[in-house]
Design a protein around this ligand. Structure first.
Ligand SMILES: [Mg+2]
Length: 233
């Protein structure tokens, strides 16, 4: 049977991928599935940074601590640069084979796997591979995340079209509210939450048959609910 799962990617770095991944993982865990979590490589992981704030830790906790934290993200580098540049600054290189092989323990131990890429879809994971190359090899449908701020329509449409031209299956779009919007005037169309919902509507109209959802800041669920395990092409 084909492995179920999703590959969470973004229009850019820092657009809220981990927040979306964590909510998807929790939803799948609540549905009674054994959920694997995998981040092939991470950079900008400072030793000074509290371990709990790391993407890999957040994913692992959300999944109920399956396997080991090391297996969630087998390759971490500290400089806040692309992974290959970050590795090089430590005199290392990103292990191309380990990017692929690191998924194996998860496919055997889980009913479905939630993978979070590093940076945007066309950001490099290693000297050779982009996120898009690895996502294509893994064969999981893409969930494209963008930050729910002005520009989301253009950024998201550009990435959906580029992903499809690259031969990838885009399964859903999620606009992720990366900051609290307290204090803004409700009803104002420039208000963060109104802008997020309107952007999702405008994207839906332009992306036929593609679910477009939103994740409000610190929300427990993605709206509307999506069945993440049945997205496989
Ligand atoms: Mg992240």
């Amino acid at each position: 049977m084909k492995q179920r799962g999703v590959f969470i990617t973004g229009t850019d770095t820092d657009v809220g991928k981990t927040a979306v991944a964590v909510v998807i993982v929790r939803q799948l865990v609540r549905a009674g599935l054994r959920v694997g979590v995998y981040k092939p490589v991470a950079s900008g992981v400072s030793t000074a940074q509290p371990i709990a704030s790391r993407d890999s830790t957040r994913l692992w906790e959300a999944a109920g601590r399956p396997l080991t934290l090391e297996e969630v993200c087998p390759q971490m580098f500290s400089a806040p640069l692309s992974p290959p540049r970050s590795a090089r600054s430590e005199g290392k290189i990103v292990d191309e084979k380990l990017i692929r092989d690191g998924l194996i323990p998860w496919t055997t131990a889980s009913d479905c796997v939630v993978i979070e890429g590093a940076g945007g879809l066309f950001s490099p994971l290693s000297d050779v591979s982009l996120n898009a190359d690895v996502a294509g090899e893994f064969g999981f449908p893409l969930v494209i995340v963008d930050a729910a701020r002005l520009g989301a329509i253009g950024r998201t449409l550009a990435l959906v079209h580029a992903a499809r031209a690259y031969g990838l299956h885009v399964a859903a779009v999620v606009l992720s509210q990366t900051h609290s919007v307290e204090g803004e005037t409700v009803g104002d169309p420039t208000h963060g939450t109104t802008l997020m919902h309107n952007s999702a509507i405008d994207l839906s109209l332009r992306l036929e048959n593609l679910p477009v959802a939103v994740l409000a800041f610190a929300a427990e669920s993605i709206d509307p609910q999506i069945n993440w395990v049945d997205l496989n092409p």
